[in-house]
Design a protein around this ligand. Structure first.
Ligand SMILES: [Fe+2]
Ligand SMILES: [Fe+2]
Length: 138
């Protein structure tokens, strides 16, 4: 089961907490589709939503980095780019696969993303709280 949102994951910026919740919700949604073996067309639609939320979210953070001249930007954007690449690889694998094996790839994707998200929230994302708050973003 995927982790649930808790206050300890807050980065103390409302807009960004909401985006993190949206990404997490789209992961939960995909997970539920996998375990109830819903049609692949549903999974692919849900994957589009997940990709949309994560791409929009990364851009939001990166735009604030630029706006606030955030010192940790380079390291953070590098981590986003690595994830962008990993997600693109999963999407590629999903496109190539047909048959039952595709559920396993979706499962691996959610499993991978869950670990990535907890780690990213607790390390890199929390680092910008001070900078963002100092620039009046709460
Ligand atoms: Fe981030
Ligand atoms: Fe984030």
């Amino acid at each position: 089961m995927i982790f649930a949102w808790e206050q300890k994951y807050s980065v103390n910026v409302r807009e960004i907490d909401l985006q993190h919740k949206e990404v997490l919700e789209s992961m939960h949604f995909i997970y539920d589709l996998i375990i109830s073996k819903k049609p692949l067309s549903d999974l692919n639609k849900a994957l589009d939503v997940l990709m949309h939320h994560s791409n929009a979210h990364f851009l939001t953070e990166e735009n604030y980095f630029k706006e606030f001249n955030y010192g940790g930007a380079e390291e953070h954007i590098e981590a986003h780019n690595k994830l962008r690449k990993d997600l693109a690889d999963f999407v590629e694998k999903i496109k190539k696969q047909d048959g039952a094996g595709i559920y396993k790839i979706f499962y691996d994707l959610i499993d991978f993303l869950e670990n990535w998200l907890v780690d990213h929230l607790e390390t890199l994302d929390k680092k910008y709280t001070k900078c963002f708050n100092e620039h009046g973003l709460h």
